[in-house]
Design a protein around this ligand. Structure first.
Ligand code: NAD
Ligand code: ZN
Ligand code: ZN
Length: 390
């Protein structure tokens, strides 16, 4: 089959690789009909995520048609149309039974390495380094889906792929980000970033009762999407001081809830912390550019909540835990427990409450994925979200 393979920093290509096959009786194989590129893929593309190996197949936002099931699969059959969560979960361990699927205890075959680094191992993820399982990803013609009875959600209506594809990641991620923000009715929610995850967080913040949503970025078309599709007020961090503006918009109190939908590759226009991060990352002394999480903690209202869907990878210095403590902030983060949200969020799509396809700007064949990675990373050509069709 053809698949998008990683070969090093900024180096991906579509190669011919062996087709996947059933390895466990609980596996299914799906033929991919639509798959997307995520901001998380950029952390791999940009060389921030360790334990990638030459030839690894990327991609964790995929859907398609079941073409084969293992002998123990009972809920899926050949021909079913499914969306696959990026988190691989067993459904029956301590964490899965608490619906904490991204903490599944059993799906990372390299748990020993992850434990050494983090104390405990999170779940395996599709297409996301060997530290997180070494599973082949879904930017390919076919995908092996472990625990096929637990993850994939069947699409039984005739909704087009583009409307349901993002149940694999960014819609649940934006929703969990808003849920983690503990929004109370009427709260002012500030969202850092206007990328696809942020756009879903903005939509979800309204669903969960926000009174006001303020979105922060510097890319004009992303800010415009936050204003039009997201009904948010916006701040361009290249043109406005974020702290001063948020304070003046909230009579000095600061936003009640802050969502960092940027993560470890934040840009900044001069702050000393950001310059130090950049230098350290360039000489391999650090992995993360943590400007946004620092700024969110600084700007957040006292006793507010900072929700962190943005991915961080390594150790962060100059982390203002003292500010967070003194202001009584709650911080929440995590890879999304996707399986917890697929059913209720599909129901919202089916009810016409939201059509997540509004973020899509580029539709391309899989063969054009290498160029699309660059276009998406460099925010060229108005690119906000790329969907690939194998
Ligand atoms: N927790 C999860 O399970 C999960 C799932 C999916 C994605 N993510 C993470 O969410 C983050 C966003 O993903 P995405 O697909 O939207 O990525 P993206 O790269 O398209 O969006 C990031 C946005 O942040 C903006 N930005 C950069 N610096 C900023 C700053 N200082 N202030 C405000 N905005 C700034 C960029 O201009 C860009 O629009 C990534 O870190 C990704 O890895 C997490
Ligand atoms: Zn993702
Ligand atoms: Zn589990």
């Amino acid at each position: 089959m053809r698949a998008l393979c990683w070969h090093g920093k900024s180096n991906v290509s579509v190669d011919t690789v062996p087709d996947p096959s059933i390895l466990e009786p609980t596996d299914a194989i799906i033929k991919i009909t639509a798959t997307a590129i995520c901001g998380s893929d950029l952390h791999l593309f940009d060389g921030y995520q360790p334990t990638m190996e030459d030839g690894d197949i990327l991609g964790h936002e995929a859907m398609g048609i079941v073409v084969e099931v293992g002998s123990a699969v009972t809920k899926l059959k050949k021909g079913d149309r499914v969306v696959v969560p990026f988190v691989i979960a067993c459904g029956s361990c301590f964490f899965c039974t608490k619906t904490l699927f991204s903490c599944c205890d059993t799906t990372n075959p390299n748990a020993k390495d992850a434990r050494k680094l983090m104390g405990h191992s999170p779940a395996g993820l599709f297409g996301f380094s060997h530290l997180l399982g070494g599973y082949s990803g879904g930017q390919a013609e076919y995908l092996r889906v472990p625990h096929a009875d637990v993850g994939p959600i069947k699409i039984e209506s005739d909704l087009p792929d583009e409307q349901v594809l993002f149940l694999s990641d960014i819609f649940p991620t934006g929703y969990m980000a808003a849920e983690n923000a503990d929004i109370e009715p009427g709260d002012t929610v500030a969202v850092w970033g206007c990328g696809p995850v942020a756009q879903m967080a903005i939509q979800s913040a309204w669903m969960l009762g926000a009174g006001r949503v303020i979105a922060i970025d510097r890319v004009p078309e992303r800010l415009a999407m936050a204003r039009t599709a997201g009904r948010a007020e916006t701040i361009n961090f290249d043109e406005q001081d974020v702290y001063e503006t948020l304070n003046s918009m909230t009579q000095g109190r600061g936003p009640d809830r802050c969502i960092d939908a940027v993560g470890c590759e934040a840009h900044e226009t001069g702050g000393i912390d950001a310059i130090v991060d950049k230098v350290k990352a360039a000489v391999m002394l650090g992995t993360d550019r943590a400007h946004v999480i620092r700024q969110a903690i600084y700007c957040c209202r006292k006793a507010g909540t900072v929700s962190i869907p943005g991915v961080y990878i390594g150790m962060i210095d100059k982390f203002p835990l003292g500010q967070a403590m003194a202001k009584g902030l709650t911080l929440k983060s995590g890879q999304t427990h996707v399986q917890r949200y697929t059913r209720p969020l599909l129901e919202k799509i089916e009810a016409g409450e939201i059509d997540p396809s509004f973020v899509i700007t580029h539709r391309l064949p899989l063969e054009e994925a290498p160029g699309a990675y660059k276009t998406f990373r460099d925010k060229e050509d108005g690119c906000i979200k790329v969907v690939l069709k194998p």
